[in-house]
Structures are given as C-alpha cells and as structure tokens.
Write a protein that binds this ligand. Structure first.
Ligand code: CMP
Length: 153
C-alpha cells in the first residue's frame, strides 16, 4: 500500500530527527518512508524474541522498550538496556546470521517503524554505526572491568 502524503511527510520529519540517520540523503529517507510499516505494541508485548529468526529492523517512533538477554536456559533474562523514541534495534539479525540476539519488549504503548531486510540492506545498512554496532556481553564487560581493576591497582 502506498503511504499517504501526510503520513509520508510526518515520517520524513521524524526520520530526519533520528541522530543515526543524519548522513542519509532526503532521497534515501524518502524511500525509507515509502517502505516502512507502522506497528503498534502494548505493555509487555514481545517485539523480538531472542533465538528466533528475523528479517526486520525497528525504529522507535513512540514509547520505550526493554532489551533483555538470557545466557543459559534456566536463568531469568538479564536486563541490558532501555531504548526510546529515535533509537533503533533489530539490526543484528540482519547482518550475517539471522538469529535474534536478545529479547525486546514494550514498556507501555509503543509505536515502531519497521523496515524489511532488503530495504534495510539497500538504504540503511551501509551506515557505519549500523554495520559495526557491537554490544559487549555482560561476561565480556565483567572481564574488562576485572582487567582494569588489576592493572590500576
Ligand atoms: P537483533 O539481534 O536483531 O534483535 C535483538 C536486538 O536487541 C539486537 O538486534 C539489537 O538491536 C538489540 N540489542 C542487543 N544487545 C543489546 C544491548 N546490549 N543493548 C541494547 N540493545 C541491544
């Protein structure tokens, strides 16, 4: 379905405000606005489940989400981060392996603009902060902190 003119211009205005997209041209942003799907979630909804396969990239246009990760099967998922309007997620499964690395759940009402794998690859995936984005696991972080403490003592 073609995006209506008013919606399209609202999406453009929002996309221009996303810090990570500041190097994207108007032409590219306009193509993103054409292909995205607006999705709505309620409190507690799973937007992404760790371990599932996935082909979509999400930009939060309203509300907040919680990112959690389970390291071993019988352990509760550990809190990693809270993301809000203008933040994005879901890029990890779109580079190389298509498995989701974490859970993402809605905190209250959430609206996301969702981009499919092919459009992501063509329009957004080339940005440095997307293709190089790495998250330190809690394990790696703990190790680095222990090393820091060792070398500074
Ligand atoms: P993906 O693996 O596709 O799906 C889960 C998403 O959660 C992942 O992409 C990242 O966008 C996001 N994510 C993973 N780890 C973290 C983290 N430590 N902090 C914030 N977001 C994360």
């Amino acid at each position: 379905m073609r995006t209506g003119l008013l919606k399209h211009s609202n999406y453009m205005e929002f996309l221009r405000s996303v810090p990570s997209f500041k190097t994207l041209t108007e032409v590219v942003l306009s193509k993103v606005a054409d292909v995205l799907e607006e999705m709505h979630y309620s409190d507690g909804d799973y937007i992404i489940r760790q371990g599932a396969t996935g082909d979509t990239f999400f930009i939060i246009s309203d509300g907040q989400v919680r990112v959690t990760q389970q390291n071993t099967a019988n352990e509760e998922p550990a809190f990693l981060s809270t993301l809000s309007r203008g933040d994005w997620f879901g890029e990890q499964a779109l580079k190389g392996e298509d498995v989701r690395t974490a859970n993402v759940t809605a905190i209250g009402d959430v609206t996301c603009l969702v981009v499919d794998r092919e459009s992501f690859k063509q329009l957004i995936g080339g940005l440095d902060n997307m293709s190089n984005k790495m998250y330190e696991s809690e394990e790696v972080k703990a190790k680095l902190e222990a090393e820091d403490a060792f070398f500074s003592s």
